[in-house]
Design a protein around this ligand. Structure first.
Ligand SMILES: *Cc1c(COP(=O)(O)O)cnc(C)c1O
Length: 470
């Protein structure tokens, strides 16, 4: 497809290198503070990377949400904002971009992804209904529950196994889905909640064959399929690479085909769509559209801005077009895999295969001498910051919280530290720094001690908990 981005990591060594498909026009200076200052900053933050000041961070891999770099064209679009209350020209640009690239008929803008999740959940779920999906996402499931629904995970079993090398670990298990329909009755299924890629499974993709089969099965029962399109462009890359018949199709064609098997989508534009804020809901059926468009004026703003400024919608419309370019998508995913490739080569345990937006370090194997109640993933995030100023995030026992009945920690099977890569922000040289720092703390892992919790907030404790060294 593209002759500047290699198909495999191996081609990057020894022969012909590749480079990011952009050049830098404006820079934001960053600096690494000294070891002693990092130690102080970490102490002040209670060993929790959420409590660090971003100014004390050198390379920030906390999240890929709203952290992308916009292009010169998007910034030019910002200057073209039409801030009329109603009927802004930028809304029509946004509507056209979504219709062109995703192919849906009706568009409702929202301030970010969860705004769209709220609208679709309220419009399409009746109290007591079930919503089968391929692994939950935090805000998605919460909105489904608030609408009176019950989410049911019907992802394939391999999604829960960090060592399984299956190419499409985001797929829905059709037998599980059929069994649920048989058990509950088709009328009690609100819709299918399909996400591509699957964030909580490590950015694992869904195959075209799978969505086609879901579409067919649901067609029999008149059940609609809605897509969480947040990282769907990255999902298309994996289809192009791994699924037969798609290697010579551009990302735009794959995206259009995939969406054609679904009845609509909600979007956190802060991810794939290359903006710092924004979201949208898009549907093909007029009944849902009417309800959502009516509700958006209550919760977000008028139906031609939905919580975004005109300039935000313009940057988003341009961002959508840029996000589906093959060179961009290849560079994006291959940068993540470049980092994963180095760590794999050096024997550092990570979740395989590497997904589209992040590397997940397997802290249980990384610190196999630190018991889970001494927070190995939290320890890893703290040690990484201390070594190089790189900020990552815990996804393990701290994030899992306590069992409300017993009051004990929940001990999840996966104890992970996430390195999430923002889009178009860091170069390959930054990835080298990150990889070498992970390797450096891996080499001294046996001398590393775990942590104890010194302060524990009642809700979502991972955001504000504080720790001390053992
Ligand atoms: C971030 C995210 C959302 C929620 O979007 P916000 O813009 O953060 O409100 C929904 N689904 C997935 C998969 C996400 O990653």
């Amino acid at each position: 497809m593209s002759n500047i981005i290699p198909q495999t990591i191996g081609q990057q060594y020894g022969r012909r290198s590749w480079a990011e498909p952009w050049k830098i026009k404006m820079v934001e200076p960053i600096r690494m503070i000294g070891r002693q200052e990092r130690e102080q900053a970490l102490q002040a933050a209670g060993f929790n990377t959420f409590l660090l000041r971003s100014e004390d961070v050198y390379i920030d891999l906390l999240t890929d949400s709203g952290t992308s770099a916009m292009s010169d064209r998007q910034w030019a679009g910002i200057m073209m904002g039409d801030e009329s209350y109603a009927g802004s020209r930028n809304f029509y640009h946004l509507e056209e971009a979504i219709q062109t690239y995703y192919g849906y008929r009706y568009i409702v803008p929202t301030h970010q992804g969860r705004g769209a999740e709220h609208l679709i959940s309220q419009a399409a779920i009746k109290k007591g209904q079930f919503i089968p999906g391929n692994m939950y996402f935090t805000t998605t499931r919460l909105h489904q529950e608030l609408a009176g629904g019950t989410f049911v995970d019907v992802i394939i079993d391999e999604a829960h196994d960090p060592a399984s090398q299956r190419p499409f670990k985001g797929n829905i298990d059709l037998d599980k889905l059929q069994a649920l329909i048989d058990e509950k009755g088709a009328a009690n299924i609100a819709y299918i909640s399909l996400a591509g890629t699957v964030n909580m499974a490590g950015g694992q993709p869904v195959s075209m064959a799978n969505v086609r089969a879901i579409h067919e099965l649901c067609g029999h029962y008149n059940i609609r399929v809605y897509l969480d399109a947040t990282r769907m462009v990255e999902n298309c890359f994996f289809i192009q690479e791994r699924e037969e018949g798609y290697s010579d199709k551009p990302i735009t064609a794959i995206l259009k085909e995939f969406c054609s098997y679904t009845d609509g989508a909600w979007m956190s534009a802060k991810k794939d769509n290359l903006v710092n804020i924004g979201g949208w809901l898009a549907v093909n059926h007029e009944d849902v559209f009417e309800m959502a468009r009516n509700m958006v004026v209550v919760y977000e703003g008028l139906h031609t801005y939905g919580g975004m400024a005109g300039r935000d919608m313009e940057a988003l419309a341009i961002g959508i077009a840029e996000s589906v370019e093959d060179d961009h998508v290849h560079a994006r995913v291959n940068q993540v895999r470049y980092l994963g490739g180095l760590l794999t080569e050096w024997g550092v345990p990570i979740v395989q295969p590497v997904g589209g937006h992040a590397i997940f370090l397997d802290a249980k194997r990384f610190y196999d001498h630190i018991p889970q109640d001494q927070f190995p993933a939290q320890t890893l995030a703290a040690e990484l910051y201390l070594d190089s100023g790189v900020r990552s995030m815990e996804r393990g026992v701290v994030s899992a919280g306590r069992d409300p009945k017993t009051g004990d920690h929940r001990y999840p099977a996966l104890e992970l530290t996430r390195l999430t890569i923002p889009r178009r922000v860091y170069t390959q040289a930054h990835m080298d720094v990150v990889a070498e720092s992970v390797k450096a703390i891996y080499d001294v892992r046996e001398q590393t001690r775990g942590l104890k919790m010194a302060y524990e907030p009642q809700y979502l404790r991972f955001f504000q908990a504080r720790f001390e060294r053992l």
